[in-house]
Design a protein around this ligand. Structure first.
Ligand code: ADP
Ligand code: ZN
Ligand code: ZN
Length: 782
């Protein structure tokens, strides 16, 4: 065994020859475990070690050492394997300790968030994305093929050939936008050495500009001639790749970048607010380029895994050659470890990842960027319920580096901090692309004439039809998957209910089943009403599948695609749909909010939104904030090309402030209205909340637990904390468990945290064998 030696000496309070290591293990017990250190082992704070606990192997983190243990020496096991990875540095250990304290979870679980997957061998990613260019041999061979193909090559082949024949490289973004057939050509041509990574060819190859749209073709004549052909074949491959010159930042971008640059070396949070396409990413990458050139590291957090490829491609294009580590949970373990290690050793300069990346050791960290900071995906909803954006701010403070929170629709928390000058508010109001126009917004009553219109308002029908005749794309949002959210008997009151949950079953038609979206239960669709025998069972309401069917019937020639969790379950399904959309193989896109996040479809000129009003009825106090973010993102997105965009929202409440401000593209106006409401109701960000959520099969046990928990909370007798009585959860039964909750509220987070730290042990002491419970600090939903 060799626990790794490290360049860093042990801290001064570290005993010279410790014999016992205190190890945090990924188990839900609020304690560390003692292990014997063998004479040959060097153990440092943060060392990653393997140990056995009750017969199972675990990776643990050494939190301390000493020369004696409370445990009987004969029963002490010794440390097993050490790992060659560097120990977790001080700021990460502090972060884990903070997570444990703040989110009320055992230290071992908090530490495990920072432990990379050590059971794998570090493996570099298979194909490092690089721009590709044609070799001389490749040019000869493709010329021959071109002649053989009799000047009528397949469009997929031709589009690639058009790019490379002028000596241009195929950028990473272009490679990712390739169709399956084109990817196969690329693989084949690489295999025979016709295409090689740009670096290997010559210095003449040009790096593509991020502004492919505006770039000037090199061989002007040729570029023009082929440009038109290419656009028709594949719009994403259309731009001739040229010139390494990047456009200068415009005034507002420059001002933002300057402000952030001036804060380097100190803690300063910034809220960078600007609609999609205003050039925020360009600001991030400009800063990142400068920092990397000076040896610093930049951490970039994104809310969703499927946003990472686009961002990565942008980094490769904009900052070619910069060592970038990618970290998210769906990478194979070996790859994740490889990236983690390079980040931890300071070799990777840019670290791009989802929420777990906030725990990556970064010795030269100089700047943190959280893009789409408002996105609820930054909050982990199980195990340790941490919020990665909030932890990023905490970490920036500890490391004394600036942090940029970017969004078109900032969270009310961040907005409030910006108003109080705790965060510096930077705006980009001007659009990067002068051609881009904001779409026209139309509010129309939701159609209640279900038989005729399938829930789609007449204006929206017409608008979709108009897009089809103009070969433009439409995107229709409806936040319900399945065919219809309920199946009812026309004669009695029967309605299909989940036998395990307090919800209705959703009717799905592909395949035909009734399904529960909460516990996964599925059952056959009954032929007749189980209650009265009536044959007339009616689907009520609309989901994505029903909309798809209705549109397919109305527009038989349209190519329709549906994007929801059911249609994208297969790995890579989302990526290939994305490509088909970009390639204009799809006319109408139907999707849930999955579609709204960060995607950019330049040919979409119509966005329809159905069922938005549901959020207005929601018991969840954040529902309108989320809806506003979604709608403003959608409304701020269209118009990336010269095509005029239109957004049609079906609502029965056009005078609601949410819609009134939407029509004016005034997110700030709505944020202020919402903040006033929250202030009046003492809701976050004007108070801090925690939720004790409990569930049990037996209602009596559940109620007893919550009653006792409530009693104990009252006995702590803290006047600065408000303890609400227990109440049923919004979903009162799930998978056979009854669910209830209790809300704790305080005017600030520190008071609340202090209270929870006192309360938590008394909860643990209650007899709760058959009750599962968790404390959710800063819950997103109550
Ligand atoms: P955001 O991150 O706010 O959505 P991006 O940084 O992606 O915006 O910019 C949107 C588009 O405008 C991109 O194609 C980008 O290359 C381009 N762009 C950004 N800044 C400028 C600029 N200063 N001049 C010209 N084009 C720009
Ligand atoms: Zn019936
Ligand atoms: Zn269920």
């Amino acid at each position: 065994m060799s626990v790794p030696p490290s360049a860093a000496p042990p801290p001064s309070d570290w005993p010279e020859t410790p014999t016992i290591a205190h190890v945090a293990l990924p188990v839900a017990v609020p304690q560390t475990f003692d292990y014997r250190i063998l004479p040959a082992q060097t153990v440092l704070p943060g060392s990653l070690v393997q140990v056995s606990l009750t017969g199972r192997k675990h990776v643990g983190v050494v939190t301390g050492v000493s020369t004696h243990s409370e445990i009987d020496a004969a029963r002490l096991l010794s440390l097993e394997t050490g790992y060659p990875q560097p120990p977790l540095p001080g700021d990460i250990r502090r972060l884990a300790a903070f997570v444990s304290d703040y989110y009320q979870s055992p230290l071992g679980l908090a530490c495990s968030l920072a432990v990379p997957p050590l059971s794998a061998q570090p493996t570099p990613p298979k194909t490092v994305a690089e721009p590709l260019a044609l070799t001389d041999a490749g040019r000869e061979q493709l010329d021959i093929q071109f002649k053989q193909l009799g000047k009528r090559p397949a469009p997929a082949w031709r589009a690639l050939w058009e790019i490379v024949q002028n000596g241009n490289a195929i950028s990473i973004a272009q490679q990712q936008a390739c169709s399956t057939a084109q990817k196969k050509y690329l693989r084949d041509w690489r295999a025979v050495g016709w295409l090689v990574p740009v670096r290997a060819v010559s210095a003449q190859i040009h790096t593509p500009s991020p502004l492919e749209r505006e770039s000037v073709p090199k061989g002007r004549e040729r570029g023009k001639k082929h440009g038109a052909v290419l656009k028709d074949i594949c719009p994403t491959l259309s731009s001739p790749v040229e010139t390494t010159v990047f456009p200068p930042l415009h005034a507002e971008q420059r001002a933002a970048a300057n402000a952030i640059e001036a804060a380097l070396g100190s803690f300063q949070p910034f809220l960078l607010q600007g609609i999609t396409g205003s050039g925020k990413t360009e600001v991030y990458l400009t800063l990142a380029g400068d920092i990397v050139a000076h040896g610093g590291q930049v951490l970039i957090l994104l809310p969703e895994i499927h946003l990472t490829p686009q961002f990565l491609a942008r980094i490769h294009t904009r900052l070619p050659g910069v060592d970038t580590a990618l970290l998210h949970s769906s990478l194979p373990d070996g790859e994740r470890l490889y990236h983690w290690q390079r980040a931890a050793e300071g070799r990777a300069r840019l670290v791009l990842g989802t929420r777990l990346a906030v725990f990556t050791p970064l010795p030269n960290l100089a700047l943190i960027i959280v893009d789409e900071e408002h996105d609820p995906s930054f909050k982990q909803q199980d195990n340790v319920r941490y919020h990665a954006r909030d932890l990023a701010v905490w970490r920036a403070r500890v490391r004394q580096v600036p942090i940029v929170l970017g969004s078109a629709t900032p969270s009310l928390e961040s907005y409030h901090h910006a108003q109080n000058d705790r965060y510096r508010h930077l705006h980009i109001r001007q659009r990067a692309d002068p051609q881009a126009t904001l779409p026209k917004l139309v509010l129309t009553p939701a159609s209640h004439d279900a038989a005729d219109h399938q829930g789609i308002a007449p204006v929206l029908w017409e608008a979709i039809g108009a897009r089809l005749t103009r070969y433009e794309q439409s995107l229709i949002f409806i936040n319900r998957r399945g065919f219809s959210p309920s199946l009812k008997c026309n004669a009695c009151t029967w309605e299909a209910q989940c036998p395990h949950c307090a919800v209705r079953l959703v009717l799905h038609t592909q395949p035909l089943r009734l399904r529960c979206h909460h516990c996964g239960h599925t059952q056959r669709v009954p032929e007749r009403c189980p209650s009265c025998g009536n044959l007339d069972l009616l689907p009520r309401g609309h989901g994505t599948q029903r909309l798809e069917a209705a549109l397919a019937q109305a527009f038989p020639n349209a190519r329709i695609a549906r994007i929801d969790r059911d249609s994208t379950r297969r790995r890579h399904a989302f990526g290939s749909l994305h490509r088909q959309i970009a390639d204009r193989q799809i006319d109408i896109l139907i999707g849930t909010q999955m579609l709204a996040k960060g995607h950019d479809f330049p040919r979409v000129t119509l966005v329809g939104v159905l069922g938005a009003d549901n959020a207005l009825y929601s018991a969840d106090f954040r529902a309108t904030e989320r809806l506003a973010a979604l709608l403003h993102q959608v409304a701020g997105r269209a118009g990336r090309s010269a095509l005029a965009g239109e957004v049609i929202v079906q609502t029965d409440f056009p005078n609601h402030p949410l819609y009134e401000t939407l029509v004016r593209h005034d997110y700030d106006g709505f944020a202020r209205v919402l903040l006033d409401e929250r202030r009046a109701a003492h809701l976050p960000p004007f108070s801090a909340l925690a939720l004790l959520a409990a569930e049990a099969r037996d209602d009596h046990l559940l109620n007893t637990f919550l009653r006792d928990a409530h009693q104990q909370a009252l006995e702590l007798d803290n006047p600065a904390v408000r303890v609400y009585p227990p109440s049923p959860a919004a979903l009162a039964r799930r998978a056979g468990y009854n669910r209830a909750q209790m809300v704790i509220q305080s005017h600030d987070r520190r008071t609340l945290q202090h209270f929870l730290t006192m309360w938590q042990p008394t909860l643990a002491a209650l007899r709760t064998k058959h009750v599962r419970w968790t404390i959710d600090v800063d819950p997103l939903q109550i």
